[in-house]
Structure formats: C-alpha cells, structure tokens
Ligand binder design. Sequence first.
Ligand code: CUA
Length: 190
Amino acid sequence: MSATPDAMPHGSEAVAIAAERRWAIIVCAIVAVLIAMMVATGVHWAAMPPSRVETIDVKSVHVQGEFVESNLGTTMARDGKVTVRLIAQQYSFVPQCIVVPAEMPVTFRGTSTDAIHGFMVGRTNANTMLIPGFVSTFTMTFRKSGEQLMPCHEYCGTGHEAMWARVQVLPPQEFLAKVRAGERLSCVPR
Ligand code: CUA
C-alpha cells in the first residue's frame, strides 16, 4: 500500500462510507436505548401509585384539626418521636422559626392554605412542596447543629422572594432540655 491517496480515491471513499455507516448504526443504537429507557421508566412510574396521599380540607385548616395555630411548631411525643407541623401561606411560614434537634429523626408535616409553596432547609436535603388540600410529610435527621435558612422554593406570587423561615438545629441535649412531652416548641420571639 505505497500508493498516494490521489492514486486510490475510490478505496479511501469506501473506507469513509464504511466508517460513517458504523457510526450511524452506533448512534441509532444509542437513540433506541434512550427511547427504550424513557418508555420503560414512564410506564413503570405510571403503573405505580404514590405510596400514600393524605388530603386535608383547606377551608377548615385554620379552625380545626392538626394544623390549628396552637398545634404548629415542634413537639416530642412520649415515645421520643419529634414532629414539626407547619403551614405555608402567602407570604410566610408559621411558625417563622423552627426548632429541631440534631442527630435525631425529625418528621415534618406541612400544608398550604392558598397557593403552592415549598421549602428547603439550608444545604440539607430537607425539601418538599406544600400544596393546598394535601399534607406533605417527610422524615430526616439533621447532621449538624446551627441555624439554617428555609426559603420558599415554589414561585407563589409577588411576595415569593420574601417568604422564608429560619430553622434552629440544636444539639440533642439542648433540645431535650427545652422540650417537654406534649408541648409545642418554636423559636419565634414572643
Ligand atoms: Cu411561597 Cu414562594
């Protein structure tokens, strides 16, 4: 094969066509795999109902049941389970300042009274949407103590960017010294 490329135009063209065909087959295979993945995951999720859906009557949230104002904030049950109950509304969270222990599982339960809101807590993976008519809940453990900001992360109207709360993560001993079974705790100045 000492011939110059000019001497064998046909041979190099055949090589180029073969290479292009190979790449076309590989790209088609990649596209086919991606489409198959989309179809498989789409069908899988469509076939699986959410694990639990908890609804609540928006009109009576403020006046009766779990989310009346006197029941919001942090509580510790007699069995040691810590629960935070909160409400989101245009444009604030109630309570404005939430106390939680570090290194202990904390269950958040929240709902909205008007638009769709949401929150995340600082750089932790505490993150949920709050939807009118539904109770959002998740359980997590804060690794580090300290104060975290808790902004609303769903656009909910003109006051959205001013809607946020604070979360005080206390060392477990400090939290346990403050909380008494059955009482609501928050760090909102009175
Ligand atoms: Cu509430 Cu954005």
